[in-house]
Structures are given as structure tokens and as C-alpha cells.
Design a protein around this ligand. Structure first.
Ligand code: GAL
Length: 453
């Protein structure tokens, strides 16, 4: 039986449709299988805020464990502590939240949902439809969130007329970070096109510097790949692939080109290419072991946390061919609807997250930009300003990150990421092979695909 505590705020106890029960049942089986592995990875919960006895506390599940990410969490926990609310930290290691999403599901299933969680992307809708999430309208409406937020962010946190998450910041994924000192020493400028990239990479190689940092971890390979798809085609085609999951789009020559580009970039990467966490790949750039790095701008948060400075030690350019576009991932905290005893503290956290000072302070250390349409630009470095300008151009210039859960659901995302990774590590796999496989994944998971069958 479903725990009554997971009742929809406005509607009282949730009526569970047959579809919801079926979804939950399959989810439960998956979670139970993953439960032990997931929990083994979980970091021990450590309170990071509050001295003495705070009046209230909130357990928060997230995957921010690197130096820059920890500093960002400290901003939030510190502000919450000023309100006499303790942030009880449950950080699950694993870039892009692979571990955290499994542990979170297991906790919910065991009736131990945290009060708040990092819950990025379109998965909100499913969780909100199940009545699991606290609706935040009592904060969002008086706070004027709809006017303050970029429309894309507003529609992301909004489900069936209710606000179901508090947005923290917008990450740009299509960044080409480069080591400024190496570039200056060799008289190089950031490449804006792929032919320029090849010339720069060749010069770096001749100077004995690895041109491009990279890890072979699947989500990091796929993160690079989605920027290449955008470079090849722009947001319209990108969306037909990863949002519409249109099987025919996967057979397109633009996909073939993006795949070939992914494979050809291997020649500029460290050899042998190892699977390493993203902060280690970022470290290659910081130490000058590699001169460029394509990664979401949480990597900038990391570089700053290590004491490096924007435009002195490193700079950001867009991935060649993507300067006009913004491949985005929005970080959000959702609150679980429990017995409502935590509701005042949960609403306070949501309110703080959306306040101008927290938006500014948090995003400066996180490497992201505020979710406000009109943020304080004076607090932004050149990377953040470029990100803000690109995002501000509107949805025609925005592309939702597949890998970071903005485009498709977890099943489609995981299947596509696994195939792209397979293609990347196995040089024997041809473009037409993987394109056929991707089209067949799309056919099995998308509405378009089902109609075609
Ligand atoms: C993303 C998330 C970022 C950062 C990154 C690396 O999915 O949006 O906040 O944590 O993963 O783990």
C-alpha cells in the first residue's frame, strides 16, 4: 500500500491510477535490484550547517561532491542556517547524478524520502503526477517567480499548473575551456570553427601539449557528443533527435558527421584514455597537462575553487560552431510532500534559493548563471556573461541537454548514452551500425516511433 504521507498537497490523498501503479511497480523492481549497490555508494550524512539546536532541519539528497560543488552547497546551507534551519547533507558521489538518482528512488520506495532533493529535468512531471512532490505555489506566486524566471525555466519547474521545484542555476554545456597561459605562450586564439580547432590542436601537439582533456566515462563522452550534434546542426535538428526521439532523424547525414567528429577528436585526447571522474579531467586542464576541455561550466566552479582565475589562468569559448547556442542543464531542488511538518522549512529553502543574493552568490561559485531573466550582471565573469547572452536569446537558441536530463526520460537517455559510449570506445563499430541502433531505441521509446510501427 502506498504510504499516505505521499499525498498531493492540494488534492489530499492521491488517487493512484492503474498507469501510476504499473509505473511504480516497475520502478520498484528496478530500485530493489539496485538498492544495495546504490546505498553502498552513499556518502555518510553529515550536517554541514547549524550550531546548537536548530528549530528545524531538512535532509537534502544531491550529487555535489567536488570542491566547487561543495562550496556551492555551503552557500545554501549557510543561508539556511541563518534562518535557524539545519541542512542535513546526503551527498551521493557520482558525476551527473548517476548514483544519486538510484539512491533517491530506493529511499522513496523504502518510505524514507528526504525533505529535499536535487531532481533535475523532465522527471519532475512523473514524480509530481504521482503526488510525491510538495507544490511550491505558496512561495512562487507571491514571489512572482513566473515574471522573474526565464520562460524555459518557468516551464521546467511547472507541472499541471503547479510549481514543483525551486530552480538554482543554469549550466551551459557547450563550453570549450582553454588553458590561457598555454594559449598565450604559444600565441594561440580560441578556435571558432572546426578547421581552426584542428590547426590549434596540431600546434599544441607539436609543442608537446595534449590538446584536449577527456575521460572515457560514458556520460562524459556523451556530454561531448551532444555538443558536437549541436555544432553540426543547431537546436531544431538537436530537438528532433533528443526531445522528439524521431527515429528518422538518427539516420540523417548530420548525425553521421557528428559521430565521425567524435571519433576523430580521439586523436587529440590523452592516450591511453582512462575513465576518470570529471574533476580529474578538469585537473588536466588546470595543470597544463591538456590545453582544452569541453565540459559543463560546473568545471569553471571547480577551477575557481582551486584558486584559478577566469581570463588569467583559463578562459571559456563556445564549442566550435555553437557560439550562438546554449546547450543547457538547469539544477533544481524539489521537496517531498511528507506529513507537512517540514513544509515551513521547505518553503523557506525554496524562497531563499530564488532570492537575488543567493542566486548571485551560489551561481558564482557553482559556475552557472542565475535563473532570473534579469540577474546582476556586474557579478558575472566573461564566461557567465557569454552564457547569459546566449540563453537570453530565447528558446530558438537553446538546446536541452540529453545527458543532464533536460530532453528525454531516464530510460531513453541511458540507452542513447550507452550506445554513444560503445561507438566511442569500439573503433570497429560503424556509423551506420550505431545510427541503426539509435533509431531503434528511438522507435521503442518515442511516441513518433510507436506511431510508425
Ligand atoms: C550535472 C549537474 C551539475 C553538476 C554535474 C557534475 O548534471 O547539473 O550541477 O553536478 O552534473 O556532476
Amino acid at each position: 500500500m502506498i504510504d499516505k504521507r505521499y499525498a498531493n498537497k492540494r488534492g489530499g490523498a492521491k488517487t493512484w491510477s492503474a498507469g501510476s501503479r504499473k509505473w511504480l511497480a516497475s520502478w520498484a523492481i528496478g530500485c530493489l535490484l539496485q538498492y544495495s549497490a546504490g546505498m553502498a555508494d552513499a556518502a555518510v550524512a553529515t550536517p554541514v550547517a547549524g550550531v546548537g539546536q536548530p528549530a528545524a532541519s531538512l535532509q537534502v539528497v544531491h550529487w555535489w561532491t567536488s570542491a566547487g560543488e561543495r562550496k556551492s552547497v555551503d552557500v545554501l546551507a549557510g543561508r539556511l542556517a541563518e534562518e535557524n534551519i539545519q541542512w542535513r547533507d546526503l551527498a551521493i558521489p557520482g558525476g551527473a547524478g548517476l548514483g544519486a538518482s538510484k539512491v533517491l528512488k530506493s529511499m522513496v520506495l523504502a518510505g524514507k524520502a528526504p525533505e529535499a532533493t536535487q531532481l533535475n529535468g523532465i522527471v519532475f512531471g512523473e514524480w509530481a503526477d504521482l503526488g510525491l512532490l510538495l507544490e511550491l505555489d505558496d512561495v512562487a506566486t507571491p514571489g512572482g517567480w513566473q515574471k522573474l524566471l526565464f520562460p524555459t525555466v518557468w516551464s521546467l519547474v511547472h507541472n499541471r499548473g503547479h510549481v514543483v521545484a525551486a530552480p538554482l542555476g543554469i549550466h551551459r554545456i557547450n563550453n570549450l575551456f582553454y588553458n590561457k597561459k598555454i594559449f598565450d605562450r604559444l600565441g594561440l586564439a580560441a578556435p571558432r570553427t572546426w578547421p581552426e580547432f584542428e590547426r590549434v590542436a596540431e600546434k599544441l601537439k607539436q609543442a608537446g601539449v595534449t590538446p584536449l582533456a577527456q575521460s572515457s566515462e560514458a556520460w562524459q563522452v556523451a556530454t561531448l557528443f551532444e555538443t558536437l550534434v549541436l555544432a553540426e546542426s543547431g537546436p531544431v535538428y538537436y530537438r528532433s533527435l533528443f526531445v522528439d526521439l524521431n527515429p528518422a532523424a538518427f539516420g540523417d547525414p548530420r548525425m553521421t558527421h557528428a559521430l565521425k567528429r567524435l571519433r576523430s577528436l580521439k586523436q587529440w585526447m590523452p592516450q591511453p584514455l582512462r575513465e576518470r571522474p570529471w574533476p580529474e579531467a578538469t585537473r588536466q586542464l588546470a595543470d597544463g597537462d591538456a590545453a582544452m576541455f569541453v565540459m559543463g561550466d560546473w568545471a569553471k566552479g571547480e577551477l575557481l575553487a582551486w584558486g584559478l582565475n577566469t581570463d588569467q589562468d583559463f578562459s571559456c569559448a563556445a564549442v566550435p560552431g555553437t557560439a550562438d547556442y546554449h546547450l543547457y542543464s538547469v539544477d533544481t531542488l524539489a521537496m517531498f510532500a511528507g506529513d507537512y511538518s517540514h513544509q515551513p522549512a521547505q518553503e523557506k529553502l525554496a524562497q531563499l534559493i530564488m532570492s537575488q543574493p543567493v542566486q548571485s552568490a551560489y551561481n558564482q561559485v557553482k559556475g552557472a548563471i542565475p535563473v532570473w531573466r534579469a540577474p546582476d550582471l556586474s557579478k558575472m565573469d566573461s564566461c557567465a556573461r557569454a552564457s547569459w547572452s546566449a540563453f537570453s536569446k530565447g528558446s530558438a537558441f537553446q538546446a536541452p541537454s540529453l545527458v543532464h536530463r533536460m530532453a528525454a526520460d531516464e530510460t531513453a537517455k541511458d540507452a542513447i548514452v550507452a550506445e554513444v559510449h560503445h561507438y566511442f570506445v569500439d573503433d570497429k563499430m560503424s556509423e551506420s551500425d550505431i545510427q541503426r541502433k539509435l533509431a531503434s531505441i528511438a522507435r521503442s521509446v518515442s511516441k513518433t516511433g510507436k506511431q510508425e510501427q
